[in-house]
Ligand binder design. Structure first.
Ligand code: NDP
Length: 401
């Protein structure tokens, strides 16, 4: 029985909170703390109505204010923070966790506000400090990063002697009925996909212009979807932890309509992250765009279709070539029915809760900073399937990639 603190109150936090409340035997009570406390209270009220769980407290906190957050942690005394606010807050929350003696878990790597640059180096630097404090930090425990790392660790443990080619494939074949909307925080999402693409080949990163490599890939129960190579943060940790990988790529599907909107947004300067003056006030175009775009947390109600995310891997087993595909499909409507959130929030929130559960039940342990693929994948995948994200696998099948 443990107390945890969820930081953030967006779509992902909502799912984490529902899932924690579904497991009172582990999450005996928890706090939802975020910048806007009204959003925490909304989740608290919905969970009380839907599940009858009434051991949630709420608080307003700016997670970039280390002393304020440290005080809140010392007051509430959680065992662990589940950080599902924004990647900008990773380091300040890690600092507060160190100051208050609290374990840490997140779903996205640190990103400086002034530069759209994703890399683990900032957080890996904390390893010795967490180790000395006897604390654990689990990085990137959503779906991608997160489950994709655990899928890869599972393949390394059970399917291959050596993995050589890894392709992570992420399809969203959902329809929310809006002309343009992003499935998670628009600011973070647009920064991620408009930067140059990058993949790993023969020991080095190959950089490519955004959306310059496209293939129509077939996804189970979804069919063919236009898929593009882009950089995704788990590639960095996976090629480090599985050095036999010769090539690692990440593919994501985008519709033509989405790409047209994105191109216009970029061409007219609305994806900019440099401040501009507007009527005497300094604004950041991308932050303003976030204000006028649909809130990803509100997309759920009419969202139909499903996501399909998995790993396609080639390598060697017993001296012979081996192939493997492991994936999960998640229906937006089912996710909404259970948590009032859409599938992308659901596929992120369920693994975050499952990772916290792994730590709290002693399945995952170790002082220091860890990526999910460094832990035992078996108990995680067992629980993941039970908690709403069942997965499928095919050994030895034909792979398109
Ligand atoms: P939202 O934008 O819906 O929610 C973010 C929440 O964080 C909001 O409640 C916001 O508060 C709060 N917040 C922002 N800044 C602060 C701050 N300084 N202090 C306290 N709270 C703050 O995002 P999502 O729920 O869609 O995503 C949450 C996280 O999950 C993101 O980091 C995202 O990158 C990650 N993610 C990971 C995925 C994966 O598979 N690994 C996939 C999808 C998302 P306010 O209401 O005041 O704005």
């Amino acid at each position: 029985m443990s107390k945890v603190m969820i930081i953030g109150a967006g779509g992902v936090a909502r799912v984490v909170a529902y899932k924690c409340a579904e497991h009172p035997e582990i999450f005996s009570e928890f706090m939802i703390a975020s910048r806007t406390v009204a959003r925490c209270r909304e989740i608290q009220a919905d969970i009380k109505e839907d599940l009858g769980y009434d051991r949630i407290t709420t608080a307003a906190v700016d997670a970039e204010d280390i002393p304020a957050l440290t005080n809140l942690l010392k007051e509430y005394k959680p065992v662990m923070v589940i950080h599902v606010a924004l990647p900008y807050q990773d380091l300040t929350i890690m600092e507060a966790c160190l100051a208050a003696g609290v374990h840490y878990l997140d779903t996205a790597n640190y990103e400086p506000k002034e530069e759209a640059k994703f890399e683990y180096s900032h957080q890996w630097k904390y390893h010795d400090r967490f180790k000395r404090a006897g604390l654990t930090a689990i990085l990137g425990c959503g779906f991608d990063p997160g489950v994709t790392g655990v899928f890869t660790a599972y393949a390394a443990k059970h399917i291959f002697d050596e993995m050589h080619y890894l392709d992570i494939v992420d399809a969203n074949a959902g329809d929310h009925g809006k002309a343009f909307a992003t499935n998670f925080n628009p600011e973070i999402n647009i920064r991620e996909i408009t930067q140059n693409g990058k993949y790993w080949e023969n020991g080095e990163w190959i950089e490519i212009p955004p959306f310059s490599i496209r293939k129509d890939l077939n996804y189970p129960d979804v069919g063919p979807k236009a898929s593009y190579v882009l950089y995704h943060e788990e590639l960095e940790s996976l090629v480090k932890h599985f050095p036999t990988i010769k090539r690692a790529r990440f593919w994501m599907t985008f519709g033509d309509e989405y790409l047209t909107h994105l191109r216009v947004i970029q061409n007219i300067g609305m994806a900019g992250i440099e401040p501009v003056m507007h009527k005497g006030v300094e604004i950041i175009p991308l932050e303003f765009l976030k204000t006028v775009l649909p809130d990803p947390g509100d997309l759920g109600e009419n969202y139909v279709g499903q996501t399909s995310i998995g790993c396609r891997i080639r390598g060697i087993k017993d001296g012979k070539p081996q192939t493997y595909y492991i994936w999960n499909n998640c229906h937006h409507a089912q996710a909404y029915k259970e948590t009032r959130a859409q599938g992308v929030s659901y596929t992120t929130g369920v693994p975050a809760m499952t990772g916290a559960m792994m730590f709290l039940t002693g399945e995952w342990k170790g002082a220091g900073v860890y990526n999910v693929e460094q832990f035992n994948p078996d108990p995680f995948l067992k629980k993941l399937a039970k908690h709403g994200l069942p997965w499928n696998e095919e050994v030895g099948g034909e792979l398109e990639l």
